[in-house]
Design a protein around this ligand. Structure first.
Ligand SMILES: *Cc1c(COP(=O)(O)O)cnc(C)c1O
Length: 405
């Protein structure tokens, strides 16, 4: 197409030809990540911060988020798999990284070579790690994960003693260095729940066992976001927050704690049309126009992480105010009622689906509440054709349209 082509000339908000903005994107604001790390710093006191960047930093982009948190007060990173940790090493990140969920025959050799700390959850795991360390000819950095009641990952109580004995032996032999010990809470998001104190008691007893065996891990940690923000007595040497780094309250009923959501989802209006009174909209005509109205088509659907069960139950910010999404959410699109469209919403305008509220848009918390789930699942669920751009923190990457501010 040439620049005189009427189609391309009318491409983007009438701005003329040129690279077009993504029609569906989410913006991750590293300044918000840095702000949230600062909030957590205040709550951590003298304890260090291990920022949890598993699952591609809760879908925010692990490498960029890691750099931002390390520059703003975190000293270590936590991930689930060795693969996630090695990807961060490949991205040039040198801070300590702990990975804590492994199949028995995980690539411990690569973890040791890549200087990744290995979370160990059973004597079988430990034996594999020790074998890898002997093969590689370097000590493995090990953090013992203690199950104090979650009954999920972590060394079970009846295997704790055997694990400690084996760890002490491997440590004396120089095959491993026991750098840390940690546990994870089952009810941290219900402050005051009796299991929290029970888990602390069990953790302290397990730590005593470690010390009696001559092991003195330098980093002991327990607190996820909820405990970091509500239980200063559980800080130990380091706290281990995840969701709060991304700006969401781990205990929404207690407020936002001054955290700022880092993710904003935005889509372009791709079509505006009139619908007459009595006509239905989208599959099954779940919604019928009571009077003549104008509707806007937004190119986001369940393939992009907008749950179909939200049909008719959410709003977007468009043309300076909140608008109701109407009818069925489809695989690729949904429809918004503009009413008389007094604000003159046009094709190419931005619809803010959720974000930090800077443009008046709802929070992902609204989706979580409507769906009876948690913000973790909402932000991790954004996918499909939604492109990610990263702003703030001195870096702007892949955002030809800027962040819309
Ligand atoms: C995910 C995770 C965290 C972070 O939890 P948040 O509730 O997101 O703060 C901390 N520790 C472990 C072991 C985890 O799996």
């Amino acid at each position: 197409m040439t620049s005189t082509d009427p189609v391309s000339a009318l491409g983007t908000n009438g701005a003329g030809p040129g690279p077009s903005r993504a029609q569906l994107e989410y913006v991750v604001d590293l300044d918000a990540i840095a702000h949230n790390t600062g909030v957590l710093r205040e709550h951590a006191g003298s304890a260090g911060i291990m920022a949890v960047v598993k699952a591609d930093a809760y879908n925010h982009g692990a490498a960029a988020v890691s750099r931002a948190v390390l520059a703003s007060g975190a000293s270590e990173l936590g991930v689930t798999t060795i693969g996630e940790a090695l990807a961060l090493r490949n991205a040039g990140i040198t801070a300590p990284i702990l990975a804590w969920l492994h199949q028995l025959d995980a690539d411990y050799d690569a973890a040791i070579v890549g200087d990744v700390e290995i979370g160990v959850s059973s004597p079988r795991h430990l034996a594999r790690v020790v074998a890898a360390a002997r093969r590689v000819g370097r000590p493995a950095a090990v953090t013992l994960k203690i199950d104090t009641g979650l009954n999920r990952n972590g060394v079970a109580p009846d295997e704790w003693e055997a694990t400690v004995i084996a760890a002490a032996r491997a440590s004396a032999e120089g095959a491993i260095e026991v750098r840390g010990a940690f546990t994870h809470l089952s009810h941290a998001d219900e402050p005051g729940h009796p299991t929290i104190d029970l888990q602390k008691t069990a953790f302290d007893a397990a730590l005593d066992g470690l010390r009696r065996a001559g092991l003195k891990p330098a980093r002991v940690h327990m607190a996820n976001s909820a405990a970091t923000l509500t239980r200063p007595d559980l800080r130990y040497d380091m706290v281990r927050p995840g969701i709060s780094v991304y700006g969401f309250s781990p205990v929404p009923q207690l407020g936002t704690f001054g955290l700022r959501p880092a993710m904003t989802v935005r889509a372009q209006v791709i079509l505006v049309k009139r619908v007459r009174a009595g006509e239905g909209v989208s599959y099954g005509h779940l919604w019928t126009a009571e009077r003549d109205t104008t509707v806007a088509l937004i190119p986001m659907g369940y393939a992009d992480g907008l749950p179909r069960t939200l049909s008719g139950r959410f709003e977007v910010q468009l043309g300076g105010r909140r608008r109701r999404a109407i009818g069925r959410v489809c695989m690729d699109q949904f429809v918004v009622d503009l009413g008389e469209n007094e604000d003159g919403v046009e094709e190419g305008d931005d619809a803010y689906v959720f974000g930090n509220g800077d443009h008046g848009e709802p929070s992902a918390q609204a989706w979580a509440d409507a769906l009876d789930t948690i913000t973790y699942e909402i932000v991790c669920g954004i996918k499909g054709r939604t492109t990610r751009s990263i702003v703030g923190g001195g870096t702007v990457a892949g955002a030809p349209g800027g962040n819309g501010r």
